[in-house]
Design a protein around this ligand. Structure first.
Ligand code: AMP
Length: 497
């Protein structure tokens, strides 16, 4: 099927051709005709499926009748509202809107918090048809009467599950109350909890359900590998893996806390690997700059927390590394959704210490996949890692040995785990951004590396080391004494070293 069979107007088809898309993705094939026909939609699709174009193209098509070259603000009322949970995601959606609407005289803008409101006010005064916004900042504008929502015909809620996680549902309900009842509404979410269904009931009228991948499923183009490793050796293993990757390959690394985020990026820098970090404590400008530097290849490794990385759309990202496994299994799906996008192949590598085994079991259960495990020689896990498997230790030397999740640790053999926070109204008020985890103290603190390096402390620059490869060579001993092919590290994927 081609885009031209979907009933889109020539201006939009031209933009699609300009973007280099040759055929619609499955979500686009399903969603575009339904949205063009005016139906509400409940869409189950993760990032990387092409869902943004899936809702933006038909939205623009339906808005085209309002397109006007007039300079009068009165001819440019807010007709469509797209809500996204984070600034980064809002920016990305906005970039897509701009790209797909470039041959139409429709105006769009992006409004999000953490920056001065005045430029946004000026923009809104000019008259805008499509507003992409984060919920909090939108309500600020409503309160200051700098935006009028009385003419809104389309509402799109993107990544609704993340909105829930971040405590935005009360804000969404407030916004719903401000919109005309006669409108077309679309809700997209990677997962559908009861709370999301409740919100959908309130927001959508006779919605058509569109689901392209099974819920919580990960793209089939992604290969997964776990390296059991003691927590104290993780950062050296990370540097080792990155060094053995193809130089041209950029890597997105996930950590649990903002503290660990900056410190890990500095650790890599000190070892001659260009790296930067992105987390909720950085200013919006710093986050935008970091992201740009990563996107245009100036930075090879980006270390990120879940919140900051949400929705990042980075083309051709070949691998994602979980420095720590996420506490919530769904976050694994979100994290690795940064790779293997739009049919490309990707690699999800996880460095797992003994105390994270229960998280691994939860993830495997969620994604219904036995993830291959492989010890990188010289980077052994804690002695109890394989407890519950008869105490057998497996390693990938000489031939990469792996064990399946059938041998994954049993619950009884797990270290104590923190009770999982309930999902729902009770915690909606605490935005996730502020909940980026503080360092956790555990039986054997995972943030203390074997050499005493404490990841829980914010980074303080003492004697900035030169960013040369030499600096790295002095500090990081190569436990391999000679490089091992990356194929051994990464499960025989045949990558060059
Ligand atoms: P999304 O799931 O909306 O975040 O999109 C993921 C990536 O797929 C983005 O980089 C889009 O530019 C790209 N994309 C969207 N639709 C298509 C298509 N029909 N063909 C090729 N790439 C696409």
């Amino acid at each position: 099927m081609s885009f031209s069979e979907l009933g889109l107007i020539p201006e939009i088809l031209q933009a699609v051709t300009d973007a280099g898309y040759t055929e619609p993705t499955p979500i686009q094939r399903q969603a575009i005709p339904v949205i063009l026909a005016g139906h509400d939609v409940m869409g189950g699709a993760q990032t990387g499926t092409g869902k943004t174009a899936g809702f933006t193209l038909p939205l623009l098509n339906r808005l085209a009748r309002h397109a006007s070259t007039s300079t009068s603000p009165a001819r440019h009322q807010v007709r469509a509202l797209i809500l996204a949970p984070t600034r980064e995601l809002a920016m990305q959606v906005y970039e897509s809107v701009k790209m797909y609407s470039k041959h139409l005289p429709l105006r769009s803008t992006c409004i999000y918090g953490g920056v001065d409101m005045n430029p946004q006010i000026q923009e809104l005064r000019r008259g805008i048809e499509i507003v992409v916004a984060t919920p909090g900042r939108l309500l600020d504008h409503v309160q200051q009467k700098t935006i009028a929502l009385g003419q809104v015909e389309f509402l799109i809620l993107d990544e609704a599950d993340r909105m829930l996680d971040m405590g935005f549902i009360p804000d969404i309900r407030r916004i719903l109350a401000l919109l005309p009842a006669a409108r077309q509404s679309l809700l997209f979410s990677a997962t559908f909890s009861d709370e999301i269904k409740k919100l959908a009931d309130q927001m959508l009228k006779n919605p058509q359900l569109i689901e392209v991948a099974r819920r919580n499923m990960v793209s089939e183009t992604i290969s997964h590998i776990v390296h059991p490793v003691s927590s104290g050796l993780k950062r050296n293993l990370l540097a080792h893996i990155v060094r053995h990757e193809d130089e041209a390959n950029q890597v997105l690394v996930f950590v649990d806390t903002k503290f660990a985020c900056s410190r890990l990026a500095h650790f890599l820098e000190r070892h001659g690997i260009s790296a930067d970090s992105i987390h909720g404590d950085k200013s919006q400008q710093a986050r935008t700059e970091t992201l740009e530097n990563f996107k245009n290849g100036k930075v090879r490794v980006l270390v990120a927390t879940d919140v900051a990385a949400r929705g990042l759309d980075i083309e051709d990202l070949p691998s994602v590394i979980n420095f720590e496994l996420p506490h919530t299994a769904e976050d694994y799906v979100h994290r690795i959704g940064r790779t293997g996008r739009a049919g490309k192949s990707g690699k999800a590598v996880s460095l797992v210490s003994s105390e994270e085994r229960h998280r691994l079991a939860d993830i495997q259960k969620l994604i219904k996949l036995d993830i291959k495990q492989e010890v990188v020689p010289g980077f052994d896990p804690e002695p109890d890692f394989f407890d519950g498997e008869g105490g057998r230790r497996r390693r990938s030397n000489p031939a990469p040995a792996s064990h399946s999740a059938e041998g994954a640790p049993e619950r009884s053999g797990r270290p104590e785990r923190a009770p999982r926070e309930p999902r729902g109204e009770s915690r909606e008020r605490a935005p996730r951004e502020s909940r980026e985890r503080a360092p956790q103290r555990s039986r054997q603190p995972s943030h203390i590396a074997a050499d005493g390096f404490d990841f829980s402390k914010p980074y303080e620059e003492r004697n900035p080391a030169p960013k040369s490869a030499d600096a790295g060579a002095q500090v990081l001993p190569d436990p391999q004494k000679g490089q091992r092919p990356i194929a051994v590290l990464l499960g025989g994927l045949g990558r060059k070293h």
